[in-house]
Ligand binder design. Structure first.
Ligand code: ADP
Length: 295
């Protein structure tokens, strides 16, 4: 599977430019799309599942233009929208049966097996006879995930999938995606939570105000923040000053003062040591520093 996004722009009716000449090459595996709220992630996802047309540019799936092959490509795509909560009055298993049929699983026996397996995977087997619209918020979220994954789609697009999941469920969901991503499948996961990306994605992009400001591996992004993360040992008197002058990532009280982890090129004049960066540090550093040069 290969998705090629070429020079994609989206201008909404009110004139708002939500995507600005986006170019991405997405191969098999898990691709993380990271950006703050309003960056344009959902807009891109909606274009990729043919719910919306771009203002210009195109998307190719295995070399075929999405817009000319909408039906075929939609049939191999599983989609979890950001605000997936309205369910028809169907039992949990019936809803998945409906989704599997849409996904082209024609054989009834096969569908039954796939539904049972998926209900087990997302921990809803016990409540399969309950009406979908009567499930709890977290259960609805998991049913939403199940409907996106059933029928062995080759393109899986999940928009802010971990919203509303508790920590256990998040881990379970990540593991489920990792298992699927070992096949000939593209998974695109959009999120504003850095932690959703770090452990699972082999490729990622950072979206800022509709522009791709980084595209590469999470590791390469982390390397960019090498030498830019510091732990400042601050006195009580210095606390406010450090918070004003630096991007503070975390604050821990210590004997006689504070330990503040910051991202900055330099921390001259402070008692500080360097830390190895993680993806969260790199994200903050890149968004604050690197992207200024781009705009
Ligand atoms: P994200 O998913 O990253 O939060 P969105 O794609 O939802 O971002 O939105 C990107 C920008 O486009 C935001 O500024 C949002 O307010 C704007 N936007 C989204 N949908 C519409 C719409 N239908 N009409 C006008 N502006 C919109």
């Amino acid at each position: 599977m290969n998705i090629s996004i070429q020079d994609l722009t989206k201008i909404y009716g009110n004139g708002h430019k939500a995507l600005k000449s986006v170019n991405l090459e997405i191969e098999n595996g898990m691709f993380g799309l990271l950006g703050a709220n309003g960056a344009g992630k959902s807009t891109l996802m909606r274009i990729l599942v043919s719910l919306m047309k771009p203002s210009s540019g195109k998307v190719l799936v295995n070399g075929k233009e999405l817009i000319k092959n909408r039906k075929d490509i939609r049939a191999i795509t599983g989609y979890l929208p950001q605000d997936f909560s309205a369910f028809p009055k169907l039992k949990a298993w019936e809803f998945l049966d409906y989704s599997a049929r849409l996904g082209g699983v024609k054989d009834k026996r096969k569908r039954r097996d796939a539904i049972d397996e998926m209900l087990e995977e997302v921990g809803l087997f016990e409540v399969r006879e309950r009406f979908a619209n009567k499930l709890s918020g977290g259960m609805k979220r998991r049913l939403g995930i199940a409907q996106a994954l059933i029928g062995e789609p080759q393109i899986i697009i999940v928009d802010e999938p971990t919203t509303g999941l508790d920590p256990d469920e998040r881990i379970r969901f990540r593991n489920l995606l990792t298992k699927i991503s070992s096949n000939d499948v593209v998974i695109i996961l959009s999120t504003h939570i850095v932690g959703d990306i770090s452990s699972t994605c082999n490729q990622m992009a950072l979206l800022k105000s509709g522009k791709v400001v980084y595209n590469g591996s999470p590791e390469a992004l982390i390397n960019k923040a090498d030498g830019k993360v510091w732990r400042i040992h601050a006195s009580h008197e210095q606390f406010d000053e450090v918070n004003v002058n630096f991007n503070v990532i975390s604050t821990i009280p210590s004997v006689g003062g504070w330990e503040l982890d910051v991202v900055a090129d330099r921390v001259n004049g402070y008692n500080a040591e360097q830390l190895a960066p993680n993806l969260e540090h790199a994200y903050v550093y890149y968004m604050e520093h690197q992207t200024e040069k781009i705009f």
